[in-house]
Design a protein around this ligand. Structure first.
Ligand code: ADP
Length: 206
């Protein structure tokens, strides 16, 4: 309600008060929109890992496809090229896997450099009992001193003016992966792009 009424104020009264009022209303609209985004993301964080669904054997490619459908507009607007290797069958929660792909690919496109965003998803089996998935981008890259910090709730390396965000997306991925018995980490060099890896256990070892 706060967001919609401040937006209504902005639409109906722009130019009818004074320029200070226009500016203050714009701040209120921006603030309430951000508060709305923050509440939605915090709810998603608090629910992460707790949906109580039984794990099922699924093609991980289906989870990727679901993520790409949700990212369709972002991919089209940015002109991003998203490719992937054949992905395995895995015993896991497909909804959470799709959310993890969506957060990582969304970031790979958001934190892009001047080049056309190129994102590649792959998976390899590690020692027989876990799958390591990788999401590689050609974006801005991350300084190694921040590799741990970016997975902490609310921690961001960029200001709102540069890139909008709440600093919750990677914390959601970490929480979901820990719940699924996995882990997440990043490899990157500033200006050279980043690769986010996550491991998921292969429950029955097949
Ligand atoms: P948000 O995108 O809302 O800030 P995240 O938790 O998804 O929150 O990411 C935390 C921070 O990690 C981002 O603010 C950004 O600085 C950095 N980051 C995440 N993904 C990438 C990436 N692919 N390339 C460069 N920086 C990234």
């Amino acid at each position: 309600m706060v967001a919609s009424y401040t937006q209504l104020l902005a639409e109906r009264y722009k130019g009818r008060l004074d320029s200070d009022a226009d500016e203050f209303i714009a701040y209120a609209v921006d603030g309430s929109n951000r508060m709305q985004g923050l509440i939605q993301d915090l709810l998603a964080y608090s629910r992460a890992g707790t949906n109580g669904k039984a794990l099922r054997k699924i093609p991980s490619e289906n989870a990727l496809k679901e993520a790409l459908v949700n990212l369709r507009a972002t991919i089209q607007e940015s002109g991003a090229i998203v490719t992937h290797d054949p992905l395995p069958l895995i015993t896991t929660d497909g909804t959470q896997l799709a959310q993890i792909f969506q957060n990582l690919i969304g970031n790979a496109i958001k934190y892009r450099s001047a080049a056309v965003p190129n994102v590649h998803i792959s998976a390899v089996k590690n020692g027989g009992d876990e799958w390591i998935f990788s999401v590689r981008d050609n974006g801005l890259g991350i300084d190694p001193q921040y590799f741990d910090r970016i997975f902490v709730l609310f921690q961001r390396l960029h200001g709102q003016a540069e890139f909008k965000g709440t600093g919750i997306g990677l914390a959601i991925c970490k929480k979901m992966l820990e719940w699924l018995g996995g882990r997440i980490w990043v490899e990157s060099q500033p200006e050279k792009g980043s690769t986010f890896h996550f491991a998921l256990p292969e429950k029955d070892g097949k």
